[in-house]
Design a protein around this ligand. Structure first.
Ligand code: COA
Length: 626
């Protein structure tokens, strides 16, 4: 599915002359083919790094036990060596030894609901419209902006991105439009229609739980203008004023096994099957949301973040979604807007690049139209709701309501500094923020925890992510010292700088394919594939602790002043996402209310304090030196 060579170009007819197209296609393909293949790191290197990463988070006894298991695992001619050879062989035979395994393990075989547990949400700046006209006009401009970005995907002319001076794999951009996740009984799949002989030319628009197919290209292949889209959106709005419709979309929020069963029931009916198909095929989806309950300015952002992530429940906008759809923009009448996306197709950065383009596009003045061609009414996608389907919808509503009650989410705009301060100190801003998170966590819990930070593997062909483990012995030494009266300021500064450098060094290893997490996962999956009994290192307490990420974090930077968010990955953990801007930082923090020990607000407050304290420490030290 991910093989680039097998891809047929995606384009609405008439956009480029065939000769010009052939040139860009070959340039793009040449770029993809020129990317290095993901290496399999040396076995001993990964195991050494694994043992090192365990030190701050397991007891001495647990560590000693694991060290012994690791030694047994890597004995000459032992199981580790055999699995490593298997992996190396897989790497020789495939375009990327990890990508397919990762897609299945991290996403398609994951059975928890995609809502909160997997789909990230994004909160965009509040727009200044306050009525229906404004809502539809903004939505129309946004749709035109996505189509404008799509031209670069269709023509394969997207500028190649770089990280650390190296070109990146651009494949994820080709997965985010015209695609959808489909539930299956044990494993889901992702369908992508962008490469069909006749790629889709419609989007889905949903209003009051009613879905519409909106053609966004004319028969000559040119896209509809903002004014034309606006008129079509008005037609949709006016023909979906009833508010008593069954929220069929809410089915997609359920546990994957339950949704797979309900999907079978739903799609037995041909009308339903065709409607689902048109949603799946559509280029993307736009949700025209009902007004959200009014909240104070203070809590507005956190409240809307929840709305973007889950829609607010069966009585609000959760039925105004198809959570399996890869890309859904949300525009509400009060100016709130954002998106939610299905994660199997891509990481945050390609989504953000698209969003940045769209938000810039929405600021451009619209073209003046010379007369409007009458356009056909957008097609309503009908659903026949049997008592069995109604009962599935009720169950999904109840489950979602419990999940929403459980989600504790907060956003924080840290106004005091952004990337500028760490840069002025010749420190990596990302590592600085990660150390602030370590300090915040330690101040609450008095210990370090397994911490996950996403690192891009896109330097490699079809690369996705690996893990930066931000908790290290160096970070632990710093956080312990920070509030210790017996440690001098100079010692604290030295420990902070060392911790940051050690995190930055880990980041460099990770983005160059030398982190150990995906390697260990590969060895484990190789054992399953070879039908050998599971090696003891994967059955060990330390391994369970290492994989229990109480802090699951990610940096998603953007040109737009926005922030992404996602749920924690363990019941007693936090999900933290941040967008470091030049002079402020946008954070989101999530936790679960059912865990008495966690509180998103508390961690956010400690994080703010930690950032401020670290700045004071470095500034005092600077003054002392002068
Ligand atoms: N002194 C001065 N400036 C420094 C510095 C130093 N010691 N170290 C870094 N900087 C600068 C960089 O040059 C960069 O400058 P810019 O703002 O002009 O671009 C900036 O600080 C940011 O660098 P840094 O904070 O170190 O982070 P990064 O941009 O290298 O990103 C990761 C680090 C881990 C986030 C990135 O490598 C990555 O993998 N991103 C993808 C994550 C992902 O996929 N997330 C989504 C999951 S859904």
């Amino acid at each position: 599915m991910l093989a680039f060579a097998a891809r047929t170009a995606v384009r609405p007819p008439g956009l480029l002359k065939p000769r010009a197209l052939m040139k860009t296609v070959s340039r793009f393909k040449a770029h993809q083919d020129s990317l290095p293949r993901l290496p399999v790191p040396p076995l001993q290197q990964s195991l050494d790094h694994y043992l090192k990463a365990l030190q701050p988070i397991v007891s001495q006894e647990e560590w000693a036990q694991t060290k012994q298991l690791v030694e047994e695992f890597q004995t000459s001619g032992g199981v580790g060596e055999r699995l490593q050879k298997g992996l190396e062989c897989r790497a020789k035979k495939s375009e990327n030894w990890l990508s397919e395994w990762w897609l299945k393990t991290a996403y398609l075989q994951y059975r928890q609901p995609v809502v909160i547990y997997s789909n990230p949400g994004l909160l965009l700046p509040k727009q200044d419209f306050v009525d229906l006209q404004g809502q539809l006009r903004f939505a129309a401009k946004l749709i035109e902006g996505v189509l404008d970005f799509k031209v670069m995907i269709d023509n394969e002319t997207l500028p190649v991105e770089h990280l650390g001076g190296k070109p990146l794999c651009m494949n994820q951009y080709y997965q985010i439009l015209s695609s959808c996740r489909v539930p299956g009984p044990k494993q889901d799949s992702v369908v992508n229609f962008g490469r069909d002989k006749k790629p889709p030319t419609h989007i889905t628009v949903v209003h009051n739980y009613q879905f519409f197919e909106l053609e966004v290209y004319h028969s000559d292949g040119s896209p509809l203008t903002t004014d034309q889209i606006f008129v079509q959106l008005e037609k949709i709005w006016n023909s979906s004023l009833q508010t008593n419709k069954e929220p069929v979309g809410i089915l997609t929020s359920n546990h994957r096994n339950s949704w797979a069963k309900a999907f079978n029931t739903l799609t037995k009916d041909k009308v339903n099957r065709d409607s689902v198909r048109r949603i799946q095929q559509s280029i993307f989806m736009v949700c025209l949301d009902a007004p959200m309950p009014r909240v104070s300015d203070h809590t507005y952002r956190s409240h809307v973040a929840g709305q973007m992530l889950h829609g607010g429940g069966g009585h609000l906008n959760s039925g105004n979604r198809w959570f399996d759809k890869t890309l859904q923009f949300i525009v509400a009448e009060d100016g709130s807007c954002g998106l939610v996306y299905e994660h199997a197709a891509a990481e945050g950065p390609p989504i953000i690049t698209l969003v940045d383009h769209v938000m810039e596009f929405t600021k451009k003045p619209g073209q003046v139209q010379s007369g409007m061609v009458p356009l056909p009414m957008p097609k309503k996608l009908r659903f026949n709701i049997t008592p069995e389907i109604k009962s599935d919808i009720e169950k999904a509503k109840q489950n979602l309501s419990i999940m929403i009650q459980d989600l504790d989410i907060t956003t924080l705009v840290f106004p005091h500094f952004g990337k500028d301060f760490p840069k002025s100190q010749k420190l990596s801003p990302d590592s600085f923020i990660q150390m602030a998170l370590q300090l915040a966590y330690y101040r609450i819990y008095g210990q370090a925890c397994a911490t996950y930070e996403s690192a891009s593997l896109r330097m490699f062909h079809l690369g996705r992510t690996d893990t930066i483990r931000s908790a290290s012995m160096d970070s632990l030494a710093f956080v312990r010292a920070m509030d210790d009266a017996g440690t001098t300021e100079q010692q604290k500064v030295d420990l902070l700088r060392k911790a940051i450098q050690s995190h930055r060094a880990y980041t460099d290893r990770a983005i160059h394919g030398e982190a150990f997490d995906r390697h260990l996962l590969g060895l484990k999956l190789q054992a399953i594939e070879d039908l050998v009994s599971m090696p003891d290192i994967f059955m060990d307490t330390s391994y369970a602790i290492a994989m229990h990420f109480n802090l699951s974090t990610s940096q998603v930077p953007s040109k737009t002043d926005c922030v992404m968010f996602f749920g924690p990955v363990v019941p007693d953990g936090y999900g933290v996402c941040y967008n470091p801007r030049e002079s402020h930082i946008n954070f989101s923090v999530s936790a679960y209310n059912s865990c008495a020990e966690t509180s998103a607000q508390r961690l956010a407050q400690h994080l703010e304090q930690a950032l401020l304290d670290m700045r004071v420490l470095l500034q005092h030290h600077l003054q002392a030196k002068l």
